[in-house]
Design a protein around this ligand. Sequence first.
Ligand code: 5AD
Ligand code: SF4
Length: 506
Amino acid sequence: MTIKIGDFEFDRDRILESAPAAEPQRQLYFCARVREILKARFERDLSSGEALLRYGKEGLQALEEEGAYATFHIETYGCQMNAKDSEKLSGLLIQSGFRETETEDADFVLYNTCTVRENANQKVYGHLGYVHSLKKKHPSMLVGICGCMMQEPEEVEKIRKSYRFVDIIFGTHNIFKLAELLFDRLTTGRMEVDVWEGTSEIVEDLPAERKYSFKSGINIMFGCNNFCSYCIVPYVRGRERSREPEDILAEIRKLASEGVVEVMLLGQNVNSYGKTLSMPISFAKLLRRVEEIDGIERIRFMTSHPKDLSDELIQVMKDSKKICRHLHLPVQSGSTEILKKMNRRYTKEQYLALVDRIKTAIPDISLTTDIIVGFPGETEEDFQDTLDVVRKVRYDSAFTFIYSKRSGTPAAAMENQVPEEIVKDRFDRLLREVQQIAAEVCGRDVHTVQKVLVEEKNSHMDGYVTGRMSNNTLVHFPGDESLIGSIIDVYLEESKGFYYMGRQEV
Ligand code: 5AD
Ligand code: SF4
């Protein structure tokens, strides 16, 4: 099939035949093909005057400066994993001839969705309504949806039927294929739906567009095998797969050579990293090896499952000069009974004993958590156990969630779903307790000097920058942009509950 755009002509079948089979070469090949198509479209629209209308003078200049021929925007929902996926998707799009814009008024809008709670889904449908109105004005615009929500067949069906203006649908397992899907959509005009049920494949060495120059997330594993009874993640992100340590270390070395000083190792359950590799290695041992990399000054990781947090890890954290003094340790509930129904595989007492071991070994650690209220069957007594854990652990902060029924999970079929008013009341009481304790705990370092990684210009106060302490607390202080990306000493003058005001110590 020969396709003509302006003066540019190509044979789709020949292009498909010549595509390399191996990844990531195949995707880089499709990036180049998409770039040619976008360039041809852009040149055609430039000579017809349409491009000027679409982008305006400034828009055209911005495209030229970046050597791009179209614009894209990604809306990202959910967790750090999705944020990381969006960086990879952006990398592929930039390679394909797009430049990023801040709003959804772009040539390609992609929604990277989350489905962990019902309200995450609703947000996406709200945006789809809006983007449809934009597309009516610009029919050549493309709309894509990917991420966790697309791993649910009912959601895909709903979009196919009721949101027919959507052009591309794919899931969590094949994000690396974005350029190939775009090529298909651009050359066939058909809605592209490509959702994989699962995968054992991990595609290395894709281009990625990092949001920050000085810090970066790194996937160390994908998927989850825990099947907590409320959670949809194992169904939409698939079985646990760890990356080879050498691949991870090579990526981090490369990042360090590019000026990255802080890395965040990402996985749904980092404490079980490496167990399924042909040469098993523990997460603690991986950390020791990351620590050896010159240039990396700070190491963070997310998320830890309490049942798998080993004494070896506590020891490595204690010995380390680089691992940050922060641990996110989701408790979910303080009631042993509820924890059992949640399939968390620890008791209230075991969790508290673990926290004790951590605090004894690393007294300056900051602990944060996730808590769900209103799990099926939760009684006032169970809820009191949750409050009790909150009071005993004294978290620096806690993400609190109202239980959301996810179809297909065991908890969705449980009896005794808790009435909404009761859940709402418990949620409010929990939030008050969490906030009061956090305000007391977070201020503990006031009037000391701390190392702070400067992250950005302060958006509210001119002449101020914002940085992050090892324990994840934010500090605002006078300074200019030249400090961004460096780790400096800051005196903490005043605690504001969840953050500090400070001044640079010279
Ligand atoms: N309802 C409410 N919160 C949930 N989480 C996961 N599944 C659900 C659900 N069905 C929360 C857990 C998890 C965090 C990422 O989201 O607390 O740690
Ligand atoms: Fe969900 Fe539990 Fe896996 Fe976390 S550990 S992603 S809560 S199943």
